[in-house]
Design a protein. Structure first.
Length: 1007
């Protein structure tokens, strides 16, 4: 009873709030449609003062005015009678289809609106806007709530009366129940009396409160008869509550929403009387269908959307309860399934209309799909349950005719696939029957609508094909059934294929992604079929073939989206190739699989990439595909050619590619040539890295031994032959790339060729130990430097026709000069770094030769001076500085060789050698001075020589006075000083004689 009272109070409060909202909506509608356009005001003030109120105002709130419009160009007609319907009910009254007997209909003579300044005779027309609803404290607690509180109080009074009779023992239980029923009926009769006496009561809430109290009393009496006294069984109590629910729905048509609310609560609470241990599920289902159906019909007729939504929610809740019971027999499953169909499909169509109807119907259908799935799962996935789900599917497809409800079919298909996926150990025949049925229902409908609908139908077809096959594979696959499932995948691909064929001539298929969705699904199923039906190693070939087919289909269908799908499958083929076991052959390792399988795989991928590079409409993609085609073709070659000769085959391929590129436009094959060049460089990277490592160590004085360099065979295969092939490619196909590409190719070829030449040259002397380095290193370096400089001078003299080399033809003589200069600079740099600085015979053990002047020292000096002749064009002062240093070092080394022989690093210096060093310094100073005086026309360079002369003179003076004077004795000391003195006098005399005028001027200025 307490629950019933709480529900009643809550319902009354909810209805009160709804009444306020409805009043506001009604007034707004009158302003926008009725009174706002009417030629008459809602209130009339009569001149004679007749009326129902003291102010002489006749009120019609709200008033329905019926008028006749007359064309403006005709004469004003005679006054026409206007019909005014006066409803004096309160704002919260609910309008029923039947007009109340108290509605007052009167005719008054109302003229057309007067002209400017005129007033209709006898009528003062004053237009007043409808007042806003008042929600003040006095209005709420004085006018609105007391009536509803009175109804609740009457219901409580009835309950208390029954309780009092029980406590006092005045009445028997049967009498109490009968009196309760009579009291409820009396309250309902009072509500009818209030309706008939509306002209006196003038408040609809009175009859609504009485009717609500009466219905609540009837519910309480029936519940007491069953639950308190046991006078009736569950069936009779259930029937009684159902009857009261029907009465409540009928009274709601007469008294308004409170009765409907009580009918909703009572109708949905009635099934709770059924004993939980022995539920009659079919009877409950029938009752719920009738009760919810009646409430939905009432909701539609009275435009009470809240009632229909609440009824459907309650019915769905009872459906969940019945499903949770489990162990449903055949009849129970059928009744629950039909109830779900009615609640989710049929009743929402009857209950809802308007803008929100589609959303509510979709929500109800989704809930029904979920409940039907639960019924199938809890019912053991029997054919009856699947049949009910099939009925639901048909209804979802039927509802999908509406554009707003099209996703329902896709949702149903998804639920069906999920159910099939979780079906535990299905029997093959039943599983096939269910899957075929679902495909027929959802797939057939989607096929009919796909080219008249939107993308959702295409997605539904693709999902059915892919999802159906995936579910079948997961449920039924066994070892040895790959061929059968390959055929099944082909059959599944037929569904999107049929849709594509149906829409081939459809003019709108290029406007969205329907066609590409179907094509992608069919392509994926074809790949799966190939993967299952063909050997595993051929999967990459299958994917490549499908990608090529999609590219061709995109051209035929004139749909670039299909091409993008083809790019995706092409990438998948690359991934499969990259994951294969034979990928290790690309870098020279051995694989376990036969080579011919790898050749077919990689060749198919290369053909696919070449097709994309040739026919694709995506320009940037064509460039990428071109490079990928070269890479995959190289992979195919690597599967058959022995690892030792793969670089050679790659180099030949580069030359052939360049030959073919000659016939195309400039830059057309640049990506392919670039990838081939990169592969050549990668194969050369390992020997190049070894060579570069030894060269870097040599910069810190570590000799380069032949055993530390790559083998001559490896260098020939990886460096020399690729360099020659690259040169051939540049010669034959240099016009296929731009100037930047040609320069890059020439640089790579030059580097590879130079490294190969250096390694080959090192084989001539084959220095393998430090002893051999001491004996032959200077000769080896001198010969290498002579070769470099000789080639450079030959290039400078034009003996090498580099200008005839096609990639360099436009540069002409500048190329020859640049190449020659680079070779000479390389030779000179090598000489200065290694023979002069790092491995100078004066401080590094190097054999220079036994014979004075007939040894390697003059050769080294001559090579340096010849190279410096070219360096004069770069910087004369720098070249002169190098010359001075070389002359000084050569003089010291030659003097040392006279005393110690071939190895100049022998310890100890004799007195004669020491004196001769001083003499050498003075001689060099005199020589530098004479050279500077002779070249004084070039002031800057001549002065450098003279400055060097003075520095050498100062060095000689310092050496004689600081070292020779203390270290020498006798005639040697005297000879040292005599030589120094005469040299100083001679140097001064030369300066004074040849530079006399500047000296005299200085003396004059000093005087």
């Amino acid at each position: 009873m307490l629950v019933t009272l709480v529900l009643l109070v809550f319902g009354v409060m909810l209805f009160d709030m709804r009444g306020r909202l409805k009043a506001a909506e009604h007034r707004l509608a009158l302003l926008e449609g009725g009174i706002g356009d009417a030629p008459f005001p809602a209130r009339y003030r009569r001149a004679d003062g007749d009326g129902d109120d003291d102010a002489g105002v006749k009120t019609a709130a709200p008033a329905s005015v019926v008028e006749r419009r007359v064309a403006m160009d005709t004469a004003p007609p005679h006054p026409m009678p206007a019909v005014v319907i006066d409803r004096r009910s309160s704002e919260g009254e609910t309008h029923s289809p039947a007009r109340s007997a108290s509605d007052e209909v009167r005719e008054i003579d109302a003229p057309f609106p007067p002209d400017d300044g005129e007033k209709a005779e006898g009528i003062d027309m004053a237009v007043e806007r409808p007042a806003r609803p008042s929600f003040s404290f006095e209005d709420l607690f004085g006018r609105r709530l007391p009536i509803w509180a009175g109804g609740v109080t009457l219901a409580v009074a009835g309950v208390l009366l029954v309780k009092y009779s029980i406590d006092a023992g005045l009445l028997a239980p049967l009498v109490r129940v009968v009196l309760g029923l009579l009291f409820g009926g009396a309250l309902i009769g009072g509500a009818e009396a209030a309706l008939r006496l509306e002209d006196r009561v003038r408040d609809a809430r009175v009859r609504q409160a009485l009717a609500g109290a009466g219905l609540a009393t009837l519910y309480a009496a029936i519940l007491a008869a069953h639950m308190l006294y046991g006078l009736v069984g569950p069936g009779i109590a259930f029937a009684g509550l159902a009857g009261v629910t029907g009465l409540a729905m009928a009274l709601s048509l007469r008294f308004g929403a409170p009765s409907a609310l009580l009918g909703l609560v009572g109708g949905l609470a009635a099934p709770a009387l059924v004993e939980a241990g022995q539920p009659n599920v079919p009877l409950l289902s029938c009752y719920l269908a009738l009760a919810v159906g009646g409430l939905c019909v009432l909701s539609r007729t009275q435009r009470w959307m809240w009632l229909g939504v609440s009824a459907l929610v309650g019915g769905a809740g009872w459906g969940v309860v019945m499903l949770a019971m489990g162990a449903l027999d055949w009849a129970s499953s059928l009744s629950v399934g039909l109830l779900v169909l009615m609640l989710g499909m049929a009743l929402p169509v009857l209950a809802f209309s308007g803008t929100r109807a589609a959303l509510l119907r979709m929500g109800a259908a989704v809930v029904a799909a979920g409940q039907m799935a639960a019924l199938v799962a809890t019912g053991g996935f029997g054919l009856l349950q699947w049949g009910l789900f099939g009925l639901l599917s048909l209804m979802l497809v039927w509802l999908g005719r509406d554009a707003a409800l099209r996703p329902l079919a896709a949702i149903g298909a998804g639920v069906a696939l999920l159910l099939a996926a979780v079906w535990p150990q299905p029997e093959m025949g039943r599983f096939a029957l269910v899957m075929l049925g679902m495909v027929a229902i959802y797939g057939g409908a989607a096929l009919l609508r796909v080219w008249r609908g939107a993308l959702v139908e295409a997605g539904q077809i693709a999902g059915l094909a892919l999802g159906g096959f995936a579910v079948a594979l997961g449920q039924c696959w066994r070892v040895g059934l790959d061929g059968e499932f390959a055929l099944l995948a082909l059959a599944a691909a037929g569904l999107p294929g049929a849709a594509m064929a149906m829409g081939w001539r459809c003019g709108t298929r290029r406007e969205d992604a329907r066609f590409v969705t179907l094509a992608s699904a069919a392509a994926l199923l074809l790949v799966v079929a190939g993967g299952l039906g063909l050997p595993e190693w051929s999967l990459a070939m299958v994917i490549a073939a499908v990608a090529a087919a999609l590219l061709r289909l995109a051209a035929l269908a004139e749909d670039r989206r299909v091409e993008w799908s083809g790019w995706g499958f092409a990438f998948g083929a690359l991934v499969v190739l990259a994951g294969s076991d034979d990928v290790v052959r690309l870098w020279g390792e051995a694989a376990d699989e036969p080579g011919w399988q790898g050749v077919m795989r990689w060749a198919a991928g290369a053909a696919m990439a070449a097709l994309f590079a040739w026919r694709a409409r995506f320009a940037e993609g064509r460039m990428v595909a071109q490079g990928v085609a070269v890479l995959l073709a190289y992979g195919a070659v690597a599967q058959t050619v022995p690892a030792l000769w793969v670089p050679v085959g790659l180099a030949l391929g580069l030359a052939m590619l360049a030959e073919g590129a000659r016939r195309l436009a400039v830059g057309r094959m640049a990506p392919a040539l670039g990838v081939a060049l990169a592969l050549v460089a990668l194969w050369a990277a390992w020997p190049l890295g070894i060579w570069l490592g030894r060269v870097l160590l040599s910069l810190v004085g570590e000799p380069v031994l032949v055993r530390d360099l790559p083998g001559i065979g490896e260098v020939a295969r990886r460096i020399a032959l690729p360099a020659m092939a690259l040169g051939l490619a540049l010669w034959r196909g240099g016009s296929a790339v731009d100037a930047v590409g040609r320069r890059i190719g020439c640089c790579v070829a030059a580097v590879l060729g130079g490294v190969a030449a250096h390694v080959a040259f090192k084989q001539l002397f084959a220095l393998g130990s430090l002893a051999e380095v001491t004996r032959l290193a200077l000769a080896e370096r001198t010969l290498w430097e002579a070769v470099l400089m000789g080639l450079g001078f030959v290039a400078l003299r034009g003996r090498i026709a580099l200008a005839r080399f096609h990639p360099l033809r436009k540069a002409g003589e500048n190329v020859e000069r640049a190449v020659g200069t680079c070779l000479i600079a390389a030779g000179l740099g090598h000489l200065l770094v290694y023979s002069v600085v790092l491995h100078n015979p004066l401080w590094f053990p190097q054999a220079v030769g036994r014979w004075p002047l007939l040894n390697l020292l003059p050769v080294v000096l001559a090579l340096a001076f010849v190279a410096l002749k070219v360096a004069d064009g770069w910087s004369r002062r720098m070249a002169d500085g190098v010359r001075m240093a070389l002359i000084a070092l050569f003089g010291v080394a030659l003097l040392r060789q006279l005393f110690v022989g071939s190895l100049l690093t022998v310890r100890g210096v004799g007195q004669v050698e020491d004196i001769l060093r001083s003499v050498l310094a003075l001689a060099l100073a005199i020589g530098f001075l004479l050279w500077g005086i002779r070249g004084q026309a070039q002031a800057a360079n001549a002065r450098d020589w003279r400055i060097a002369s003075l520095l050498l003179m100062l060095f000689a003076v310092a050496k004689v006075f600081l070292f020779d004077a203390s270290g020498l004795t006798g005639l040697l000391r005297i000879a040292s000083f005599l030589a120094l003195g005469f040299s100083l006098i001679g140097i001064g005399w030369l300066y004074n004689r040849l530079l006399r005028e500047p000296v005299n001027n200085s003396a004059t200025i000093a005087a």
